[in-house]
Design a binder for this molecule. Structure first.
Ligand code: GP9
Ligand code: MN
Length: 438
Protein backbone atom coordinates (compact mmCIF):
# COMPACT_ATOMS: atom_id res chain seq x y z
CA UNK A 1 0.00 0.00 0.00
CA UNK A 2 3.01 2.28 -0.12
CA UNK A 3 3.12 3.03 3.62
CA UNK A 4 6.91 3.09 3.54
CA UNK A 5 7.02 5.74 0.84
CA UNK A 6 7.01 8.87 3.03
CA UNK A 7 10.07 7.64 4.94
CA UNK A 8 11.88 6.75 1.71
CA UNK A 9 11.05 10.10 0.10
CA UNK A 10 12.16 11.93 3.21
CA UNK A 11 15.47 10.07 3.29
CA UNK A 12 16.17 10.73 -0.37
CA UNK A 13 15.21 14.43 0.01
CA UNK A 14 17.54 14.94 2.95
CA UNK A 15 20.46 12.61 2.31
CA UNK A 16 20.72 12.06 -1.42
CA UNK A 17 19.31 14.89 -3.45
CA UNK A 18 21.34 17.95 -4.16
CA UNK A 19 20.21 21.37 -5.31
CA UNK A 20 23.46 21.90 -7.15
CA UNK A 21 23.06 22.11 -10.87
CA UNK A 22 25.64 20.19 -12.85
CA UNK A 23 28.00 22.53 -14.71
CA UNK A 24 27.37 20.30 -17.73
CA UNK A 25 23.60 20.39 -17.38
CA UNK A 26 22.05 20.25 -20.84
CA UNK A 27 25.37 20.29 -22.66
CA UNK A 28 24.28 17.28 -24.71
CA UNK A 29 20.65 18.25 -25.08
CA UNK A 30 18.91 16.33 -27.88
CA UNK A 31 22.04 14.34 -28.70
CA UNK A 32 21.76 10.61 -29.18
CA UNK A 33 23.01 8.43 -26.36
CA UNK A 34 25.14 5.44 -27.27
CA UNK A 35 25.81 3.45 -24.13
CA UNK A 36 28.27 0.57 -24.33
CA UNK A 37 28.53 -2.02 -21.58
CA UNK A 38 32.09 -3.33 -21.54
CA UNK A 39 31.85 -6.91 -20.32
CA UNK A 40 33.92 -7.85 -17.24
CA UNK A 41 36.50 -5.08 -17.62
CA UNK A 42 38.20 -3.76 -14.49
CA UNK A 43 40.05 -0.48 -14.18
CA UNK A 44 43.39 -2.10 -13.43
CA UNK A 45 43.84 -2.87 -17.15
CA UNK A 46 43.61 0.81 -18.14
CA UNK A 47 47.01 2.33 -18.88
CA UNK A 48 48.61 -0.93 -17.89
CA UNK A 49 50.71 -3.50 -19.72
CA UNK A 50 51.02 -7.26 -19.95
CA UNK A 51 54.28 -8.77 -21.22
CA UNK A 52 55.38 -5.23 -22.03
CA UNK A 53 52.36 -4.56 -24.27
CA UNK A 54 49.53 -2.10 -23.77
CA UNK A 55 46.32 -3.94 -22.91
CA UNK A 56 43.76 -1.34 -24.01
CA UNK A 57 45.40 1.10 -26.44
CA UNK A 58 42.15 2.55 -27.72
CA UNK A 59 40.54 3.10 -24.34
CA UNK A 60 43.85 4.53 -23.11
CA UNK A 61 43.79 7.03 -25.95
CA UNK A 62 40.46 8.31 -24.62
CA UNK A 63 41.82 8.81 -21.10
CA UNK A 64 43.00 12.38 -21.11
CA UNK A 65 41.39 13.07 -24.49
CA UNK A 66 39.72 16.51 -24.81
CA UNK A 67 36.30 15.08 -25.49
CA UNK A 68 36.32 12.48 -22.75
CA UNK A 69 35.70 12.44 -19.04
CA UNK A 70 37.29 9.34 -17.59
CA UNK A 71 36.23 8.41 -14.05
CA UNK A 72 39.13 6.55 -12.47
CA UNK A 73 37.45 5.87 -9.12
CA UNK A 74 34.17 4.50 -10.41
CA UNK A 75 32.87 1.32 -8.75
CA UNK A 76 30.55 -1.41 -9.93
CA UNK A 77 27.83 -2.19 -7.39
CA UNK A 78 26.52 -5.46 -8.76
CA UNK A 79 25.81 -8.73 -6.97
CA UNK A 80 24.60 -12.10 -8.26
CA UNK A 81 22.68 -10.56 -11.16
CA UNK A 82 26.00 -9.54 -12.78
CA UNK A 83 25.43 -7.75 -16.11
CA UNK A 84 21.71 -7.46 -15.39
CA UNK A 85 22.40 -5.84 -12.02
CA UNK A 86 24.56 -3.25 -13.77
CA UNK A 87 21.69 -2.53 -16.16
CA UNK A 88 19.32 -2.22 -13.22
CA UNK A 89 21.63 0.23 -11.47
CA UNK A 90 22.12 2.52 -14.44
CA UNK A 91 18.46 2.50 -15.44
CA UNK A 92 16.99 3.13 -12.01
CA UNK A 93 19.65 4.46 -9.66
CA UNK A 94 18.47 1.83 -7.18
CA UNK A 95 20.52 -0.96 -5.63
CA UNK A 96 20.21 -4.48 -6.97
CA UNK A 97 19.15 -7.18 -4.51
CA UNK A 98 21.50 -9.00 -2.14
CA UNK A 99 20.48 -12.38 -3.54
CA UNK A 100 19.29 -13.47 -6.96
CA UNK A 101 18.80 -11.12 -9.87
CA UNK A 102 16.19 -8.39 -9.58
CA UNK A 103 15.68 -8.76 -13.36
CA UNK A 104 14.22 -12.20 -12.60
CA UNK A 105 12.58 -11.68 -9.24
CA UNK A 106 10.99 -8.27 -9.93
CA UNK A 107 10.87 -8.08 -13.69
CA UNK A 108 7.22 -7.07 -13.73
CA UNK A 109 7.49 -4.19 -11.28
CA UNK A 110 6.83 -0.62 -12.22
CA UNK A 111 9.98 1.48 -12.54
CA UNK A 112 10.88 5.05 -13.42
CA UNK A 113 13.80 4.14 -15.64
CA UNK A 114 16.23 6.35 -17.48
CA UNK A 115 14.71 4.92 -20.67
CA UNK A 116 11.29 6.20 -19.63
CA UNK A 117 12.55 9.64 -18.71
CA UNK A 118 14.19 9.90 -22.11
CA UNK A 119 11.08 8.50 -23.77
CA UNK A 120 9.13 11.42 -22.30
CA UNK A 121 11.57 13.73 -24.10
CA UNK A 122 10.96 12.04 -27.41
CA UNK A 123 13.86 9.61 -27.40
CA UNK A 124 13.54 6.24 -29.12
CA UNK A 125 15.24 3.43 -27.25
CA UNK A 126 16.83 0.13 -28.14
CA UNK A 127 19.11 -2.43 -26.56
CA UNK A 128 21.52 -4.50 -28.67
CA UNK A 129 22.80 -7.79 -27.32
CA UNK A 130 23.51 -10.90 -29.38
CA UNK A 131 22.26 -13.39 -26.83
CA UNK A 132 19.03 -15.19 -26.11
CA UNK A 133 16.39 -12.58 -25.24
CA UNK A 134 15.24 -14.39 -22.14
CA UNK A 135 18.72 -14.57 -20.61
CA UNK A 136 18.45 -12.64 -17.33
CA UNK A 137 14.73 -12.28 -18.16
CA UNK A 138 15.65 -9.28 -20.27
CA UNK A 139 12.65 -9.60 -22.59
CA UNK A 140 10.29 -9.11 -19.64
CA UNK A 141 12.40 -6.56 -17.78
CA UNK A 142 12.98 -4.39 -20.83
CA UNK A 143 9.22 -4.02 -21.19
CA UNK A 144 9.02 -2.88 -17.58
CA UNK A 145 11.85 -0.43 -18.22
CA UNK A 146 10.11 0.94 -21.31
CA UNK A 147 12.68 -0.16 -23.90
CA UNK A 148 11.12 0.28 -27.36
CA UNK A 149 13.11 -2.40 -29.16
CA UNK A 150 15.40 -5.25 -28.14
CA UNK A 151 17.75 -6.52 -30.84
CA UNK A 152 18.61 -9.97 -29.51
CA UNK A 153 20.13 -13.07 -31.05
CA UNK A 154 17.55 -13.23 -33.89
CA UNK A 155 18.65 -9.86 -35.22
CA UNK A 156 22.15 -11.15 -35.96
CA UNK A 157 23.72 -13.57 -38.37
CA UNK A 158 25.63 -15.92 -36.12
CA UNK A 159 27.75 -18.86 -37.30
CA UNK A 160 30.78 -20.84 -36.23
CA UNK A 161 33.22 -18.45 -37.85
CA UNK A 162 31.98 -15.31 -36.15
CA UNK A 163 31.35 -16.82 -32.70
CA UNK A 164 33.43 -17.73 -29.71
CA UNK A 165 32.60 -18.64 -26.11
CA UNK A 166 29.21 -17.13 -25.33
CA UNK A 167 28.29 -16.32 -28.92
CA UNK A 168 28.75 -13.64 -31.55
CA UNK A 169 32.11 -11.94 -31.23
CA UNK A 170 32.12 -8.23 -30.45
CA UNK A 171 33.55 -7.08 -33.79
CA UNK A 172 30.84 -8.69 -35.95
CA UNK A 173 28.32 -7.68 -33.28
CA UNK A 174 29.07 -3.99 -33.78
CA UNK A 175 29.42 -4.42 -37.56
CA UNK A 176 25.98 -5.98 -37.80
CA UNK A 177 24.42 -3.50 -35.37
CA UNK A 178 25.28 -0.32 -37.21
CA UNK A 179 22.55 -0.72 -39.84
CA UNK A 180 19.92 -1.01 -37.11
CA UNK A 181 21.32 2.01 -35.36
CA UNK A 182 21.18 4.01 -38.58
CA UNK A 183 17.54 3.06 -38.99
CA UNK A 184 16.60 4.52 -35.61
CA UNK A 185 14.78 7.79 -35.51
CA UNK A 186 16.80 10.47 -33.72
CA UNK A 187 17.23 11.33 -30.97
CA UNK A 188 17.78 7.81 -29.71
CA UNK A 189 19.04 6.10 -26.61
CA UNK A 190 20.82 2.90 -27.59
CA UNK A 191 22.57 0.43 -25.35
CA UNK A 192 25.10 -2.13 -26.57
CA UNK A 193 26.07 -5.08 -24.40
CA UNK A 194 29.34 -6.75 -25.40
CA UNK A 195 30.05 -10.42 -24.78
CA UNK A 196 33.49 -11.63 -25.88
CA UNK A 197 35.31 -10.59 -22.72
CA UNK A 198 33.28 -12.99 -20.61
CA UNK A 199 34.55 -15.76 -18.37
CA UNK A 200 36.29 -18.10 -19.33
CA UNK A 201 37.74 -15.56 -21.80
CA UNK A 202 38.05 -17.79 -24.86
CA UNK A 203 39.58 -16.42 -28.04
CA UNK A 204 41.26 -17.90 -31.11
CA UNK A 205 44.91 -17.14 -31.84
CA UNK A 206 43.91 -15.20 -34.96
CA UNK A 207 41.77 -12.86 -32.90
CA UNK A 208 44.42 -12.40 -30.23
CA UNK A 209 46.62 -9.34 -30.71
CA UNK A 210 48.53 -9.79 -27.48
CA UNK A 211 49.98 -12.78 -25.65
CA UNK A 212 48.38 -14.33 -22.62
CA UNK A 213 49.75 -13.70 -19.17
CA UNK A 214 51.71 -16.47 -17.53
CA UNK A 215 50.59 -17.45 -14.03
CA UNK A 216 48.87 -20.31 -12.23
CA UNK A 217 45.45 -18.85 -13.18
CA UNK A 218 44.36 -19.63 -16.73
CA UNK A 219 41.44 -17.27 -16.12
CA UNK A 220 43.70 -14.29 -15.53
CA UNK A 221 46.07 -15.43 -18.27
CA UNK A 222 43.28 -15.56 -20.85
CA UNK A 223 41.71 -12.31 -19.71
CA UNK A 224 44.17 -9.93 -21.37
CA UNK A 225 43.76 -11.00 -25.02
CA UNK A 226 39.95 -10.83 -24.74
CA UNK A 227 40.11 -7.43 -23.07
CA UNK A 228 42.29 -6.29 -25.98
CA UNK A 229 39.83 -7.78 -28.47
CA UNK A 230 37.00 -5.78 -26.89
CA UNK A 231 39.17 -2.65 -26.99
CA UNK A 232 39.68 -3.18 -30.73
CA UNK A 233 35.98 -3.85 -31.28
CA UNK A 234 35.11 -0.55 -29.61
CA UNK A 235 37.70 1.29 -31.68
CA UNK A 236 36.21 -0.17 -34.82
CA UNK A 237 32.73 0.84 -33.68
CA UNK A 238 33.85 4.44 -33.13
CA UNK A 239 35.12 4.45 -36.73
CA UNK A 240 31.82 3.07 -37.97
CA UNK A 241 29.93 5.72 -36.04
CA UNK A 242 32.10 8.39 -37.64
CA UNK A 243 31.61 6.92 -41.12
CA UNK A 244 27.85 6.73 -40.63
CA UNK A 245 27.62 10.35 -39.52
CA UNK A 246 26.08 9.46 -36.16
CA UNK A 247 29.20 10.21 -34.14
CA UNK A 248 28.96 14.01 -34.02
CA UNK A 249 25.34 13.92 -32.87
CA UNK A 250 25.92 11.48 -30.06
CA UNK A 251 27.25 11.13 -26.56
CA UNK A 252 29.07 7.86 -26.09
CA UNK A 253 29.15 6.41 -22.60
CA UNK A 254 31.18 3.29 -21.87
CA UNK A 255 31.11 1.45 -18.60
CA UNK A 256 32.44 -1.81 -17.16
CA UNK A 257 29.60 -3.94 -15.84
CA UNK A 258 31.35 -5.86 -13.02
CA UNK A 259 34.63 -7.59 -12.13
CA UNK A 260 36.01 -10.24 -14.47
CA UNK A 261 38.59 -11.76 -12.15
CA UNK A 262 37.19 -13.09 -8.89
CA UNK A 263 39.06 -13.37 -5.61
CA UNK A 264 39.75 -17.04 -6.41
CA UNK A 265 42.58 -15.68 -8.54
CA UNK A 266 44.10 -13.42 -5.91
CA UNK A 267 47.46 -15.13 -6.00
CA UNK A 268 47.90 -14.61 -9.74
CA UNK A 269 46.45 -11.11 -9.43
CA UNK A 270 48.93 -10.14 -6.73
CA UNK A 271 51.74 -11.34 -9.01
CA UNK A 272 50.41 -9.33 -11.91
CA UNK A 273 50.03 -6.20 -9.78
CA UNK A 274 53.40 -6.74 -8.12
CA UNK A 275 51.96 -6.91 -4.61
CA UNK A 276 52.70 -9.32 -1.77
CA UNK A 277 49.03 -10.15 -1.36
CA UNK A 278 45.56 -8.88 -2.17
CA UNK A 279 44.21 -7.46 1.08
CA UNK A 280 40.51 -6.86 1.72
CA UNK A 281 41.24 -3.19 0.94
CA UNK A 282 42.86 -4.14 -2.39
CA UNK A 283 39.89 -6.34 -3.16
CA UNK A 284 37.51 -3.39 -2.82
CA UNK A 285 39.80 -1.22 -4.95
CA UNK A 286 39.73 -3.93 -7.62
CA UNK A 287 35.96 -3.38 -7.89
CA UNK A 288 36.66 -0.23 -9.88
CA UNK A 289 35.50 -0.47 -13.47
CA UNK A 290 36.21 2.01 -16.28
CA UNK A 291 33.68 4.73 -16.96
CA UNK A 292 33.97 7.04 -19.96
CA UNK A 293 31.71 9.91 -20.95
CA UNK A 294 32.72 10.88 -24.46
CA UNK A 295 31.18 14.05 -25.90
CA UNK A 296 32.50 14.59 -29.45
CA UNK A 297 33.84 18.10 -29.94
CA UNK A 298 33.41 19.04 -26.29
CA UNK A 299 37.01 20.06 -25.56
CA UNK A 300 36.93 20.16 -21.79
CA UNK A 301 37.41 16.46 -20.99
CA UNK A 302 39.53 15.40 -18.03
CA UNK A 303 40.35 12.57 -15.69
CA UNK A 304 37.87 12.66 -12.84
CA UNK A 305 39.09 11.30 -9.52
CA UNK A 306 36.11 11.61 -7.25
CA UNK A 307 34.50 8.45 -5.92
CA UNK A 308 31.55 7.51 -8.14
CA UNK A 309 29.57 4.40 -9.04
CA UNK A 310 26.95 2.80 -11.21
CA UNK A 311 24.16 4.22 -9.08
CA UNK A 312 25.19 7.68 -10.33
CA UNK A 313 24.84 6.96 -14.03
CA UNK A 314 21.14 7.74 -14.45
CA UNK A 315 21.27 11.21 -12.87
CA UNK A 316 24.52 11.92 -14.73
CA UNK A 317 23.18 11.13 -18.19
CA UNK A 318 19.87 12.86 -17.54
CA UNK A 319 21.84 15.92 -16.38
CA UNK A 320 23.93 15.98 -19.54
CA UNK A 321 20.80 15.84 -21.66
CA UNK A 322 19.15 18.54 -19.58
CA UNK A 323 16.38 16.27 -18.34
CA UNK A 324 15.23 16.90 -14.83
CA UNK A 325 14.42 13.92 -12.64
CA UNK A 326 14.94 15.65 -9.33
CA UNK A 327 11.59 14.78 -7.81
CA UNK A 328 12.11 11.11 -8.57
CA UNK A 329 13.31 8.58 -6.00
CA UNK A 330 16.90 7.61 -6.69
CA UNK A 331 19.99 6.92 -4.62
CA UNK A 332 22.73 8.34 -6.84
CA UNK A 333 24.05 11.81 -7.60
CA UNK A 334 25.19 13.39 -10.84
CA UNK A 335 28.89 12.67 -11.25
CA UNK A 336 29.73 16.21 -12.34
CA UNK A 337 28.40 17.95 -9.24
CA UNK A 338 30.47 18.60 -6.11
CA UNK A 339 27.71 18.46 -3.55
CA UNK A 340 27.44 14.67 -3.63
CA UNK A 341 26.43 12.44 -0.76
CA UNK A 342 30.09 11.39 -0.64
CA UNK A 343 30.23 7.61 -0.70
CA UNK A 344 29.48 4.61 -2.87
CA UNK A 345 27.78 1.72 -1.13
CA UNK A 346 28.41 -1.79 -2.35
CA UNK A 347 25.65 -4.34 -2.17
CA UNK A 348 27.34 -6.25 0.67
CA UNK A 349 27.37 -3.12 2.86
CA UNK A 350 31.00 -2.21 2.17
CA UNK A 351 31.53 1.36 1.05
CA UNK A 352 34.08 3.73 -0.40
CA UNK A 353 34.06 7.39 0.56
CA UNK A 354 36.51 10.10 -0.38
CA UNK A 355 38.37 9.38 2.87
CA UNK A 356 37.67 5.76 3.75
CA UNK A 357 37.22 2.25 2.46
CA UNK A 358 35.11 0.07 4.71
CA UNK A 359 35.23 -3.68 4.27
CA UNK A 360 35.16 -6.85 6.38
CA UNK A 361 34.67 -4.83 9.54
CA UNK A 362 37.77 -2.70 9.05
CA UNK A 363 37.89 1.02 8.30
CA UNK A 364 40.78 1.87 5.97
CA UNK A 365 42.22 5.18 4.89
CA UNK A 366 41.37 5.29 1.18
CA UNK A 367 44.61 6.94 0.09
CA UNK A 368 47.04 4.81 2.08
CA UNK A 369 45.14 1.55 2.54
CA UNK A 370 46.03 1.44 6.23
CA UNK A 371 43.42 0.85 8.94
CA UNK A 372 42.20 4.03 10.62
CA UNK A 373 42.62 4.23 14.35
CA UNK A 374 39.54 4.72 16.48
CA UNK A 375 39.68 7.34 19.23
CA UNK A 376 39.97 4.55 21.76
CA UNK A 377 42.87 2.96 19.93
CA UNK A 378 44.63 6.30 19.64
CA UNK A 379 44.41 6.83 23.37
CA UNK A 380 45.47 3.35 24.35
CA UNK A 381 49.22 3.12 24.84
CA UNK A 382 50.00 -0.36 23.60
CA UNK A 383 53.07 -1.58 21.79
CA UNK A 384 53.00 -0.94 18.06
CA UNK A 385 52.73 -4.47 16.83
CA UNK A 386 49.66 -5.50 18.79
CA UNK A 387 48.08 -2.16 17.94
CA UNK A 388 48.47 -2.85 14.25
CA UNK A 389 47.03 -6.29 14.74
CA UNK A 390 44.09 -4.92 16.67
CA UNK A 391 43.40 -2.42 13.89
CA UNK A 392 43.12 -5.18 11.33
CA UNK A 393 40.62 -7.20 13.32
CA UNK A 394 37.03 -7.31 12.18
CA UNK A 395 34.98 -5.31 14.65
CA UNK A 396 37.69 -2.70 14.81
CA UNK A 397 35.30 -0.53 12.82
CA UNK A 398 33.12 -0.05 15.91
CA UNK A 399 33.81 3.52 16.98
CA UNK A 400 35.75 4.33 13.82
CA UNK A 401 34.89 7.25 11.51
CA UNK A 402 33.47 4.68 9.05
CA UNK A 403 30.59 3.84 11.34
CA UNK A 404 28.18 6.71 10.57
CA UNK A 405 28.57 6.17 6.82
CA UNK A 406 28.19 2.44 7.18
CA UNK A 407 24.88 2.94 8.96
CA UNK A 408 23.71 5.22 6.20
CA UNK A 409 24.66 2.67 3.54
CA UNK A 410 22.72 -0.01 5.38
CA UNK A 411 19.73 2.30 5.58
CA UNK A 412 19.86 3.00 1.85
CA UNK A 413 20.09 -0.66 0.95
CA UNK A 414 17.08 -1.35 3.13
CA UNK A 415 15.01 1.47 1.62
CA UNK A 416 15.95 0.49 -1.92
CA UNK A 417 14.93 -3.10 -1.14
CA UNK A 418 11.59 -1.89 0.19
CA UNK A 419 10.91 -0.03 -3.04
CA UNK A 420 11.57 -3.20 -5.01
CA UNK A 421 9.88 -5.74 -2.76
CA UNK A 422 6.78 -3.59 -2.38
CA UNK A 423 6.72 -2.54 -6.07
CA UNK A 424 6.32 0.95 -4.65
CA UNK A 425 6.80 2.91 -7.86
CA UNK A 426 3.15 2.02 -8.50
CA UNK A 427 2.38 4.71 -5.95
CA UNK A 428 4.84 7.34 -7.14
CA UNK A 429 3.78 9.82 -9.81
CA UNK A 430 6.10 9.78 -12.76
CA UNK A 431 7.49 13.32 -12.87
CA UNK A 432 5.74 15.23 -15.60
CA UNK A 433 2.98 12.65 -15.76
CA UNK A 434 -0.40 14.14 -16.51
CA UNK A 435 -2.93 14.01 -13.71
CA UNK A 436 -5.34 12.35 -16.14
CA UNK A 437 -3.08 9.29 -16.20
CA UNK A 438 -3.97 8.59 -12.61
C1 GP9 B 1 24.62 -12.54 -20.93
C2 GP9 B 1 25.66 -11.50 -20.74
C3 GP9 B 1 26.66 -11.91 -19.72
O1 GP9 B 1 23.62 -12.17 -21.77
O2 GP9 B 1 25.09 -10.27 -20.44
O3 GP9 B 1 26.07 -12.03 -18.50
P1 GP9 B 1 26.87 -12.05 -17.13
O4 GP9 B 1 27.21 -13.48 -16.85
O5 GP9 B 1 28.08 -11.23 -17.27
O6 GP9 B 1 25.90 -11.50 -16.16
MN1 MN C 1 28.68 -9.27 -17.53
Amino acid sequence: DGNELPEIKDYVDKKVESDEKSPLHGIAEDKNVIFITLESIQSFVINNEVNGEEITPFLNSLVGDDSTYYFENFYHQTQQGKTSDSEFLIENSLYPLSRGAVFFTHGENEYHSMTEFLGEEGYNSAVFHANNKSFWNRDQMYQSLGVDHFYGEEAYEINNENSVGWGLKDKPFFEQSIKYLQSMEEPFYSRFITLTNHFPFELSDEDSSIEKYDSNSSTLNNYFPTVRYMDEAVKQFFNQLKASGLYEDSVIVMMGDHYGISENHNKAMSEFLGKDEITPYDHVQLQRVPMFVHIPGHGDGKIMSKVTGQIDVKPTILNLLGVSAEEDIQFGNGMFINDRKGYIGLRNGDFISEEYVSTSGVCYNRETGTPVKTEKEKNASTDRKSEAEANNQPGHEEGSPCMPIKQQVEKELELSDQLIYGDLFRFVDFPGEKASNE
